[in-house]
Design a binder for this molecule. Structure first.
Ligand SMILES: [Zn+2]
Length: 506
């Protein structure tokens, strides 16, 4: 037999796409011809595959070898095709029975010594193989736990090309990998660690309950980072579908923590302000990787010292956050990733960042204004909650007589509030107050006129825009949900207004 076929999987964003690998041997000048849009990495893979085959003890056929990857129109990136190429070449050369590789899906990069190396994106690849009806997938041993998350597919874990050749030739057997018990995720940071900061604690609770973006200002040491880190712990644990979705993103990004094949907690991503656009949103050379924004999908994206981020970078976040997805285009193709993340911005009140707060500030009013205006209006305008944290004084620290409420207690209130909102939003397809468009909100769930007096006065005095009023109404509903009220009252509106009209208001 001189023709062999097998399968591998390419990535398009966070989805896998089946790629058929065909190898034909013919008489003629020995050499390798690749067809089907392979990128530079796939071209190099021929050299790796040749070395791996020889170092495994098999011989490389001295024939004219034509390798086709189809569909030809799909860009093929990365090194994950090595193992499939090696198996197809050996089968076409007669070193393996061709029917042993027919219909088989193989994923993995080969080392020159014949070792099988872990690759990114194995979870979405195996999901795609299962969807396409393939029953068996060979994956690198390092990716086996991740691959075994997918039901209905036999996962064979390979450490070396020799393992795979032995299995396919029937000499030895690779046992199907059984998924171990899912490890219990490490406990998330607890809200009980945050002493004082009643306003900040309230803000993260409201943010979690309604899915609202949050902006925290306050001097260094006031607890901005501590509070932001505790927001994911207040969000509901991801259900299976959501967990697979989030895990697939981290699989493609190559950020899946070892020993944690399934991410079941909302993720927390905190990129530094020096992060490149590619690191923040996505990109990179070769296969497009999701950035911090996408890795925060169904979790929290925290930008500490937000005014230090380049303005263009912050502006780039606006549309993806609104649409819940981002498309990254490169010469080699484009990829779309989901990014439904909750944004938390933090900022010092001024560039001197005095820990004692305004009392010890050495900045001129102009410097302060310039610093605060570095955050773009359009992005800030989409943030429902703006909370100013006072410096933590010794008195507040010592005076905290009762232990602060732990995450579990607050998360229970958040869950009840979310259930109330989802129930009310019912047939709209929306589940969180922050998602409700202003017009729909005003038409279907009007807040009683009597409760609105304060908001109307703020509107009259120009302290609040009409769009700002919509945001106040959304937060009012979340406050009512948290309090177990069926409709917001004047206190809810007043509190929501207070969380909108901070001094930093742009
Ligand atoms: Zn200052």
């Amino acid at each position: 037999m001189t023709l062999a076929r097998t399968w591998s999987v390419g990535l398009a964003g966070v989805s896998g796409a089946m790629v058929e690998v065909e190898v034909d041997m013919s008489a003629g000048v020995p050499g390798v011809v690749l067809v089907g849009l392979p990128d530079a990495v796939v071209r190099q893979s021929v050299d790796r595959v040749r070395a791996a085959v020889v170092n495994t003890g098999a011989s490389w056929p001295m024939r004219r070898i034509t390798i086709g990857l189809s569909p030809a129109s799909m860009p093929k990136q990365g090194s994950g095709f090595d193992l499939a190429l090696a198996a197809a070449v050996l089968a076409a050369a007669g070193a393996l029975p061709t029917d042993s590789v027919d219909g088989l899906v193989l994923l993995g990069e080969l080392g020159l010594d014949g070792s099988v190396r872990a690759v990114r994106g194995v979870l979405p690849a195996v999901l795609a193989a299962a969807r396409a009806g393939h029953g068996t997938v060979v994956v690198p041993a390092g990716n086996a736990e991740e691959a075994a998350l997918v039901d209905g597919v036999d996962v064979l874990a390979a450490r070396t090309l020799g393992d795979v050749v032995g299995h396919l030739s029937g000499r030895t057997r690779l046992a199907a990998h059984r998924r171990g018990p899912l490890p219990v995720p490490a406990p998330a940071p607890d809200l009980g660690d945050v002493v004082g900061q009643a306003a900040g604690r309230r803000a993260v609770e409201v943010a979690a309950a309604g899915g609202h973006h949050l902006f925290l200002t306050g001097p260094p040491g006031a607890g901005k980072t501590m509070l932001a880190e505790r927001l994911p712990g207040l969000l509901p644990v991801l259900d299976e579908r959501a967990a697979l979705e989030v895990t697939a993103i981290h699989s493609v990004a190559g950020t899946l923590p070892p020993g944690a094949p399934l991410l079941s907690r909302p993720p927390f991503e905190a990129p530094h302000h020096t992060a490149t656009m590619a690191a923040l949103v996505g990109g990179g050379s070769g296969a497009i990787r999701p950035g911090a924004l996408c890795r925060a999908h169904r979790g929290v994206l925290f930008l500490d010292e937000a005014p230090e981020f380049p303005r263009a970078t912050l502006d780039t976040l606006r549309q993806p956050l609104e649409r819940g997805q981002v498309t990254i285009s490169r010469a080699a193709g484009s990829a779309t990733f989901p990014c439904r993340a909750q944004l938390v911005l933090a900022a010092n009140p001024c560039p001197c960042a005095s820990a004692a707060g305004d009392a010890a500030c050495t900045c001129s009013p102009l410097e302060r204004r310039r610093y605060q205006s570095r955050l773009s209006g359009p992005l800030l305008d989409r943030i429902d909650l703006r909370v100013e944290l006072p410096p933590v004084t010794r008195a507040a620290w010592m005076g905290a007589a009762t232990a602060p409420e732990p995450t579990a207690a607050v998360a229970a209130r958040v869950a009840a509030a979310r259930a109330a909102a989802a129930d009310r939003l019912g047939d709209t397809g929306l589940v969180l107050n922050s998602q409700v468009p202003g017009r729909l909100l005003r038409e279907r769930w009007p807040v009683p006129r009597a409760a609105l007096a304060l908001a109307e006065r703020a509107l009259d005095r120009g302290l609040l825009s009409v769009r700002g009023l919509d945001r106040v109404l959304r937060v009012s509903w979340t406050l009512a949900d948290l309090a177990g009220r069926t409709v917001p009252d004047g206190d809810d509106v007043a509190e929501a207004l207070g969380m909108r009209l901070q001094r930093v208001a742009a």
